[in-house]
Design a protein around this ligand. Sequence first.
Ligand code: PMT
Length: 220
Amino acid sequence: FQAADLRDYKVLITAGPTREPLDPVRFLSNRSSGKMGFALARTARRRGADVTLITGPVHLADPPGIEVIRVTTAVEMARAVFDRATDMDVIIKSAAVADFKPQAYEEHKIKKKETGLRLELVKNVDILQKLGQNRHPHLTLVGFAAESHRHVEEGRRKLREKNLDLIVMNDILGSTTGFDVETNQVTLIDQQGSTTLPLLSKEKTADHIWDKIVAIRRQP
Ligand code: PMT
């Protein structure tokens, strides 16, 4: 995969967590570092693609040669993705989007209460599902899934329900896989079946994911 085999692709990748603010000092978020999504973006660029990377708050520098759009909340990520989706050949949703957000944002810092605090959460927009519902014929749509059990069954369900071409499952309980580590071990699930890759750097994992996408796009 040294050749510029992605040179005709326009690709959009999402990375990192989203942050859902509660008040001026607090937010709900998750452990995503953005490393997997950035590795996918760098690898696509190295293989010749035109890359747009939409990322939540992460401590990673902009990779050279890539358009990087920084967002904070799921709603901002959704807007940035939907604004650009129609142009794309491939979209990979590796971001860990918060499923829920606080029902209300408090303008002032929430005060300590003797009795504890009950938070009301509401569902966030499911960006991947919306993309699956409105897909154009030349789009290859790839989801990620962070699961702690029943990986393959859950993956197949999401592949079907979200109308995807490929889903990349990672085990989030291993200490060398998933969130905020340099390595990952994933299972690639498509219409044809599933393949579990060995434990690899996120960069090498990204190359395998792109190989799979190329193979899917070559299918008649
Ligand atoms: O960032 P790193 O530290 O390198 O870690 C990588 C990772 C573990 C975050 C990444 O590889 C990963 O698994 N990302 C997806 C995590 C996730 O949100 O999984 P999910 O099963 O909750 O969501 C399934 C899919 O739907 C994902 O493609 C997600 O982007 C998408 N989704 C989910 C919720 C939502 N509201 N909108 C979405 O688009």
